[in-house]
Design a protein around this ligand. Structure first.
Ligand code: HEM
Length: 189
């Protein structure tokens, strides 16, 4: 009697408990909206941070964003190894994933600070509108991923989805800013 029940129970799909996801998603959404509203109501100052040895703030931002984008590539690769999609004997892969993520995130901070404080959220040019919205979404989904990380009992697709959206947002940010800078202004420091 009991054996049959255990195997039947174990074959039943795990209940998709989405409740623990609510707070991370709501807080992530609030972060994205707050950045967007701040970017709209705050009068752009035109100046925020010094170019730190670069030829100007745009060049500094283009290269810092490129650094964050390359580290996001390391994040994606290490995540695929962690989830067994790429077979590799790498006991250090978790540490690589965490630290490449931390450094990538830190590189975006002075960039986004300049964007929001000096320039604000702009909707007049399609490239800049997409960039501005992606910038707010990036921090929102990153916040949701970090808050979801310690939660137990979440559906198996949660972290790959939030991680994938974070990577996609950063890729879109790089395409709508650094690539534009390198192909319009030039590849210069
Ligand atoms: C948080 C919300 C963000 C807003 C509202 C925003 C807005 C802007 C605006 C209005 C510009 C000027 C675009 C132009 O006239 O060419 C700009 C430039 C730039 N942004 Fe952002 N941004 C945000 C986040 C980010 C993030 C997270 C990154 C990188 C990770 C980034 C990277 C850049 C770069 C490299 C430039 C300079 C190249 C360019 O002018 O397009 N931005 N941003």
């Amino acid at each position: 009697m009991s054996d049959t029940n255990d195997t039947q129970v174990s074959r039943l799909p795990a209940r998709q408990n989405l409740a623990p996801l609510l707070v991370p998603l709501v807080v992530g959404g609030l972060v994205a909206v707050a950045l967007g509203v701040y970017g709209r109501v705050h009068p752009p100052t035109g100046y925020a941070v010094g170019p730190a040895g670069f030829s100007g703030p745009l060049a500094m931002k283009a290269w810092l964003t490129t650094g964050a984008f390359l580290l996001a590539g390391v994040q994606l690769f290490s995540a695929l190894v962690m989830w067994g999609k790429i077979r590799m004997n790498a006991p250090w892969i978790g540490t690589l994933h965490r630290w490449s993520g931390r450094v990538a995130f830190v590189l975006t901070i002075p960039v986004a600070f300049h964007c929001l404080y000096a320039l604000g959220t702009q909707f007049d040019v399609p490239r800049v509108m997409i960039h501005s919205l992606l910038g707010c979404f990036f921090y929102g989904v990153f916040t949701a991923k970090m808050l979801a990380l310690p939660k137990r009992g979440l559906p198996g697709w949660t972290l790959p989805l939030l991680g994938g959206l974070t990577f996609t947002a950063l890729t879109g940010l790089w395409l709508t800013s650094s690539l534009w800078f390198f192909t319009t202004i030039g590849v210069k420091l």
